[in-house]
Design a protein around this ligand. Sequence first.
Ligand SMILES: N[C@@H](CCC(=O)N[C@@H](CS)C(=O)NCC(=O)O)C(=O)O
Length: 237
Amino acid sequence: MITLYGGPTPNARKVAIALEEMDLSWRLELIDILAGDQFRPDFLKLNPNNKAPVIVDDEPADGGPPLVLSESGAILWYLAEKTGRFLPTEARARAVCHQWLMFQMSGVGPMFGQNAHFSFYAKDKHPYSIDRYANEVTRLLRVLDGRLAEVPYLAGDDYTIADMATWPYTLRQVELRAAEFPNLKRWFDRVAARPAVQRGVEVGRETLRKETIEGGLAGLSDEQRSILFGDRQYAVR
Ligand SMILES: N[C@@H](CCC(=O)N[C@@H](CS)C(=O)NCC(=O)O)C(=O)O
């Protein structure tokens, strides 16, 4: 059994989608990051970086003690190796898959996150920061759209963990800007049609708050700001 610690956030959704795609037996341990669950001592033991997702695999392939893993890209890679699925075996194709996985982890994830921070969550609206990350988002969307003009999936002909990593991050952008990125939109719909994706994206849906982007952004409370970006986030533990 695998336990996924997370909630309705893009990074946890990647993992829920992978667990569903790979037909693994798993359960959710909800981590509500707007309530500060990521600072609970039991969670910090699993990930001192106070970020979800984390998985605990009770039955790792080496027969050793339960494996605790954080960082969504590393988790996807681990699960793909564990099951032998959604990661090409041939060296060249595998390298390309890793390239697009890293593109998501180092580019799409952080830049889309900063864009949301400065455009929506920051109390002070700082034009330079807003422009910087909005421009990065547009640039990265263009790169994705260009790639998907050439191939059906990010790694090439086959659907892989690179698609699972990227898809949850494009939900909002595709909703707003589908006409600008037609190849991305075609890929988005192809991935969205997968039953495992439809199940995975629902992870912790019942706790999705109006304060978050997908919930319509009613604005964070001061307490939530402190948890995510202020005193509680930066407290010495
Ligand atoms: N690089 C990490 C990022 C994880 C991350 O930023 N998780 C967010 C939710 S999407 C979180 O747990 N935030 C809680 C916090 O910052 O306190 C990954 O890919 O897993």
